[in-house]
Design a protein around this ligand. Structure first.
Ligand code: ADP
Ligand code: MG
Length: 322
């Protein structure tokens, strides 16, 4: 039987810290921020049965638990530095711990984000990560920074994660190949860290948010915080490759309000279009322009011809059902 300390040592404590002054093993880690930078801090929890199915693949869980946190740094334009991991586990199973830590560290290493501490306890499976990043003063992509006249941009593609969920729930019929392709987006989201950093550094972007609960709901947070409204061209939204093969009504619904996409929705003045495209090219992440911020409050959904679209949509809210 693994003791708590053996477990930490074997699966989570690695070489001497490179970015932190002091890593795992003491009462606190010590982190020295780069001179003049602000710290961006965020925390996201994944609960079995709520955010992932019981029995979910451990490696993918390790990836996803960190990915959703890195996505918050990306949405702020911050550079990842370090993270902590609070883990509640029903039992210390070696195979699970090996898979989980492999998925976790593969993503952490890709972003040079170092595990500097955490907490480990026995209990229902629950994974809580806090990330620490850095951003230059005045450069964070805040939700309250959208201005009338800004373009609305979306990174990557939308809707395939929601399509996979619909497939698992038998809400619609997908063949095995389609389900597998869409499910990658659900289980292994790609945080758009390089894009967020490039947008904040070079592209004059104003506001940003990562799309976790569905575009319409998440864009709504930008609109509310910024005191503005918007028109969103629903048919211009970039559907995921599997969703793109589905009927228009489904495409519209899952692009606009799918959830679990972990793409960035951001705004930038029209004068910055070339700079936004250059930032996207630098980051290797495609971006699509799909709307405009307006002074009049409210979100207006329109089709390809500019006619109003009435979609029955709801963002995901943990306390109002799904
Ligand atoms: P404390 O008694 O102060 O809570 P712990 O005994 O829980 O300390 O942890 C010992 C050390 O191991 C601390 O440095 C803590 O940050 C680290 N640690 C505990 N659990 C984890 C984990 N899951 N991942 C990384 N570090 C961990
Ligand atoms: Mg502890």
């Amino acid at each position: 039987m693994l003791s708590e300390f053996d477990l930490i040592k074997q699966y989570f404590q690695r070489q001497a810290p490179r970015r932190a002054v002091l890593g795992i093993g003491d009462d606190c880690a010590l982190l020295a921020p780069s001179p003049g930078m602000q710290m961006a801090i965020s925390c996201d929890m994944l609960v079995e049965g709520r955010h992932f199915f019981a029995g979910a693949d451990a490696r993918m869980l390790g990836h996803k638990a960190l990915a959703v946190n890195l996505s918050d740094l990306a949405a702020m334009g911050a550079t990842p530095r370090a993270f902590t991991l609070a883990l509640s586990l029903p039992s210390a199973e070696r195979a699970w711990l090996e898979g989980f830590s492999a998925g976790l560290f593969a993503l952490a290493d890709a972003h040079q984000c170092e595990l500097i501490g955490g907490d480990t306890t026995r209990g229902p499976l629950n994974i809580c990560i806090t990330v620490f990043g850095e951003v230059a003063p005045g450069r964070a992509l805040r939700r309250d920074a959208a201005r009338a006249g800004d373009d609305i941009w979306i990174s990557g593609t939308l809707g395939d994660a929601r399509l996979a969920l619909a497939g698992y729930r038998d809400e619609l019929a997908l063949d095995a190949g389609q389900l597998a392709a869409a499910a990658v987006r659900m289980h292994a989201p790609t945080p758009r860290v390089a894009l967020g950093m490039a947008l904040s550094a070079h592209a004059g972007a104003h506001a940003a948010i990562d799309i976790s609960d569905g575009l319409v709901g998440d864009l709504g947070h930008i609109l509310a915080a910024s005191g503005v409204g918007a028109t969103l061209a629903v048919d211009a939204l970039p559907a995921g490759p599997v969703l793109a093969t589905q009927p228009t009504a489904l495409k519209r619904r899952f692009c606009a309000a799918g959830g679990d996409d972990y793409e960035l929705c951001f705004t930038a003045p029209a004068s910055q279009r070339a700079a936004v495209m250059a930032a996207a090219a630098q980051a290797g992440t495609p971006v699509t322009r799909a709307g405009v911020i307006e002074a009049a409050a409210g979100l207006r959904l329109v089709d390809a011809a500019g006619a109003a679209l009435a979609l029955a949509l709801a963002g995901f809210d943990h306390f109002s059902g799904d």
